[in-house]
Design a protein around this ligand. Structure first.
Ligand code: SF4
Length: 348
């Protein structure tokens, strides 16, 4: 009797959160393998982000900071945590929400409603910029013209520039984006598979674009992607990234730390000093940073406006930057690279 009581007591104890030892655990952290309760998870999650901010000196008091807000869970968590830490630790930041409306009916219009709720909940001013206003095209229009192949190339390039333009409009010092661990691991793997050394070196950096007009801070929340909250874009091609995702999920089933280990590998890669990196200049047409005569957005836009959308992705003659010649040298890898960008929000 005593033995069974002790056993049940021991089982009960092992079912308690290993941080507070009071509440029932609701998850096992892949990072530490600790079983912890909801309250302790919030606490350690927010404290770890605070420590990263402090350790890396990410902000200075008085800075204006835009939070890239898509209405998805990653950016919603970022908006909450950053506004909470700013208040709790008196960072002295002026925070703004910056959203890009790609013009995807039934997808972005829904998620923008979430951003508008965040605006009210956290009391953060919201700026929305649309592809229609910036480029004269919505993604719905672009997909009508080009179909579902390469649409993410247009969307990713346009979004990156739109975020920078929005940040300039808000006169912010920094732009912050939020991502989950699963997506970062996928991006590391995809950049290795593509042999894209430049992106591999950037995709796990906390800060990118220091040489550009506005530095970007990428916050990688090391939490699991919550698939049941995910709304896939209706134009998502799902091909290459989808395979990478499944592969990583299989690995994670065998080894729960697999996602964090892939990210760690991405962080630890060092680029050989002999690797030639593209030189940054400015676009002759719009003045945006570019390693070519025209930036990618101007090339793509020119193709669309001329009724030759493939021109900008190097599938037809006449590209101002001579893309066609480059494409014919390496057709397979270039095509894979273009088609595999599922979502430009991860295209650092
Ligand atoms: Fe744009 Fe992402 Fe949708 Fe592709 S999947 S069309 S990049 S929102």
């Amino acid at each position: 009797m005593e033995a069974s009581e002790a056993k049940s007591k021991k089982q009960g104890a092992s079912r308690l959160c290993c941080l507070c030892n009071q509440r029932r655990p609701v998850l096992k952290r892949p990072k530490t393998l600790q079983q912890i309760c909801k309250e302790c998870f919030y606490e350690v999650f927010e404290e770890e982000i605070h420590q990263v901010i402090v350790k890396n000196g990410l902000f200075k008091s008085g800075e204006r900071v835009a939070i890239g807000a898509s209405g998805g869970k990653d950016s919603t968590v970022l908006a909450y945590v950053l506004s909470e830490l700013n208040r709790r630790h008196s960072y002295g930041l002026d925070l703004f929400l910056l959203s890009i409306d790609e013009g995807i009916t039934g997808y972005r219009d829904d998620s923008l409603e979430t951003v508008k709720r965040n605006e009210l909940q956290y009391g953060l001013p919201l700026q929305i910029l649309s592809y229609k206003d910036l480029y004269g095209w919505t993604m719905d229009d672009i997909v009508k013209m080009i179909g579902l192949k390469n649409n993410c190339t247009f969307c990713g390039v346009f979004r990156r520039q739109a975020l920078d333009r929005g940040a300039a409009l808000l006169k912010v010092d920094k732009l912050v984006t939020g991502h989950n661990a699963d997506d970062i691991a996928e991006t590391v793997l995809l950049n290795i598979l593509r042999g894209d050394i430049a992106r591999l070196s950037r995709c796990t950096s906390i800060t990118t674009g220091e040489d550009g007009p506005i530095p970007r801070l990428h916050t990688y929340a090391y939490f699991k992607k919550l698939d049941y909250f995910s709304t896939e874009c209706i134009y998502s091609p799902n091909a290459y990234r989808g395979f990478a995702r499944e592969f990583i999920k299989d690995l994670e089933r065998l080894r729960p730390r697999a996602i964090l280990d892939i990210i760690k590998s991405g962080e630890d890669f060092r680029i050989a000093t002999t690797t030639k990196m593209p030189e940054q200049g400015t676009c002759e047409r719009c003045g945006y940073i570019s390693s070519q005569k025209w930036c990618k957005a101007c090339v793509l836009l020119d193709g669309l406006n001329r009724g030759l959308p493939k021109m900008g992705i190097g599938r037809a003659r006449g590209g101002v930057n001579g893309d066609h010649k480059k494409e014919t040298k390496k057709p397979a890898s270039a095509a894979r690279s273009l088609e595999s960008k599922q979502c430009g929000s991860l295209d650092f």
